[in-house]
Design a protein around this ligand. Structure first.
Ligand code: NAD
Length: 246
């Protein structure tokens, strides 16, 4: 797949799914800007990616902060002179039943997951418009499509990401910019490792493939969507969930 020599920004690239995306893109010859609120994790991931022979950069960013986001894009342009791919992956959960939901949990989750996606996308879109090419992949969630008790804030943010994706896809298509979402199901990360064994087994019983997904399963889908071969795919939601939701 044609990706070599391109420049990507991956938010939340320091660990979990984001880190797998960073490693996968680097292995495909893409220079990666690893942008994370945890600078140490970003530096570690950028170092591991650079060991594959591509130029990488670690940047500390809170995607919910407009000034941080602009600085991230400015640093990228300074080092690489272009931005070909943006992967909006940074995301958090603050779970509670609605009747017990703190306003802060609502605002913080929407602020990072949805407003963060808006801010990062807006900061690169003019550059991609000028290049007349670009790929944006937004990491949504199966929960944004099917809902989940205890996650009204998270589900709203991830469903919002899907509406945002489709609208930006319509704006960018004629300029060679594609915008798609990847909606992972339950992926084996620190989050799902923390589940008690029974809860994990109950979860797996809902998945036709009979296993949790891996961060690499998600990274492969991202790699396809950013590739030249996916130039006619835009405004789509690619579900990576082992058949859990169809
Ligand atoms: N793990 C799953 O099962 C699963 C399922 C569906 C969707 N997702 C989505 O995939 C994405 C990655 O999830 P993960 O499981 O790898 O999570 P994770 O918690 O392992 O990693 C998230 C990364 O984002 C960074 N981050 C958090 N807030 C940030 C901010 N404000 N600005 C910049 N960086 C920030 C963290 O430091 C961390 O490195 C998230 O958007 C999540 O909602 C995960």
């Amino acid at each position: 797949m044609m990706t070599e020599g391109r420049v990507a920004i991956v938010t939340g690239g320091g660990q979990g799914i984001g880190r797998a995306v960073v490693m996968d893109l680097a292995a495909s010859g893409v220079s990666v800007v690893v942008a994370d609120i945890n600078l140490q994790a970003a530096q570690e991931a950028a170092g591991a990616a650079a060991a594959m022979g591509v130029d990488c950069l670690a940047v500390k960013v809170n995607v919910a902060e407009p000034a941080d986001v602009q600085a991230m894009v400015d640093e990228t342009l300074e080092k690489f002179g272009r931005v070909d791919y943006l992967v909006n992956n940074a995301g958090i959960t603050r779970d509670a039943l609605l009747m017990r939901m703190e306003d802060d949990a609502w605002n913080t989750v929407l602020g990072i997951n949805l407003t963060g996606t808006y801010l990062c996308s807006k900061a690169v879109v003019r550059i991609m418009m000028k290049q007349r090419s670009g790929r944006i992949v937004n990491i949504s969630s199966v929960v944004g499509a099917m809902g989940n008790a205890g996650q009204t804030n998270y589900a709203a943010s991830k469903a919002g990401v899907i509406g945002f994706t489709k609208s930006q896809a319509r704006e960018g298509a004629a300029r060679g910019i594609t915008v798609n979402a990847v909606a992972p199901g339950f992926i084996k990360t620190a989050m799902t490792d923390a589940l008690p064994e029974k809860a994990r087994n109950d979860l797996v019983a809902l998945i036709p493939s009979g296993r949790l997904g891996t961060p690499e399963d998600v990274a492969s889908a991202v790699r396809f969507l950013v590739s030249d071969e996916a130039s006619y795919v835009t405004g789509q939601v690619l579900h990576v969930n082992g058949g859990m939701y169809m």
